[in-house]
Write a protein that binds this ligand. Structure first.
Ligand code: 13P
Length: 256
């Protein structure tokens, strides 16, 4: 089995101005000294990307956008293209976050187009899926997740190819920003399901290499238990990524 390098990502959502963003990056960089064998990524708001990129310099912090549009240019008022994000220094892009799906009515079809465009431009997509509380309580979690995977990754399925560096993120909607975390067992059950889905749809090598992150109220006091599960390769963190103190504790989870 491949040793998958842990991947800790901070999704800042619609928070922090440019100064606050740069301060947070600088403090994170300080806290990352001598850190080994963990990939660290941050996804600031669009307006802070360039300044953050400058602050990260040649460090190991990876930069992601929180969204992008599927077209590369043109009359799409209010949208941001992958080309623009590449220019701003992003290598990764979060797609299909549950807030995009629910608040902005993004469908699997739209997400699939974005994933396709992102990969064509050389981005590594971080594709999010997750069930709502009603869906979990109705016992439809796996059906919902399968539909999201099949719909959002339609192009990969058509091409019969998923790049090894693709990142999938399981974020149960009921655990996002609520303080409720899936238990490590609940999360592992879903991550295993996702890895098996990748194995069946593509091949065992892809399933072995693709990293699957957990997101939803990840905090310094619960990350170690989550990360000790076999199929949990990292975390996609919202609230706790907004303070250097907690984010540094998260990326240094191995030392806890
Ligand atoms: P919280 O960590 O604030 O629950 O947010 C999770 C999330 O949505 C990350 O993308």
């Amino acid at each position: 089995m491949t040793d998958r390098i842990p991947f800790i990502a901070g999704n800042w959502k619609m928070n922090l101005n440019i100064d606050e963003s740069v301060n947070l990056v600088n403090a994170t960089l300080k806290g990352m000294r001598d850190l080994e064998d963990v990939d660290v990524l941050i996804a600031p708001p669009f307006t802070a990307l360039s300044a953050v990129k400058q602050a990260t310099g040649k460090s190991r912090i990876l930069l992601a956008a929180q969204n992008m549009y599927s077209e590369t240019s043109g009359a799409y008022t209010g949208e941001i293209s992958g080309k623009m994000l590449r220019e701003a220094g992003c290598t990764h892009v979060i797609l299909g976050h549950s807030e995009r799906r629910s608040l902005f009515k993004e469908t699997n079809e739209m997400i699939d187009l974005k994933v396709r465009a992102a990969v064509a431009l050389g981005f590594i997509p971080i594709v999010c899926i997750g069930e709502s509380l009603e869906e979990r309580e109705a016992g439809t979690t796996f059906e919902v997740l399968r539909n999201q995977l099949e719909g959002s990754l339609r192009n990969f399925i058509k091409e019969q190819f998923m790049p090894y560096d693709t990142i999938l993120a399981y974020e149960p909607v009921w655990a996002i920003g609520t303080g409720l975390t899936a238990t490590p067992g609940q999360a592992q059950e879903v991550h295993k399901f996702i890895r098996e889905w990748v194995g069946k749809g593509f091949d065992s090598e892809t399933a072995d290499r693709v990293r699957i992150l957990y997101g939803g109220s990840v905090k310094p006091d619960n990350i170690s238990d989550l990360m000790s599960e076999e199929d949990i390769d990292g975390a996609l963190v919202g609230g706790a990524s907004l303070k250097a103190d907690s984010f540094v504790q998260l990326i240094r989870f191995k030392e806890k």
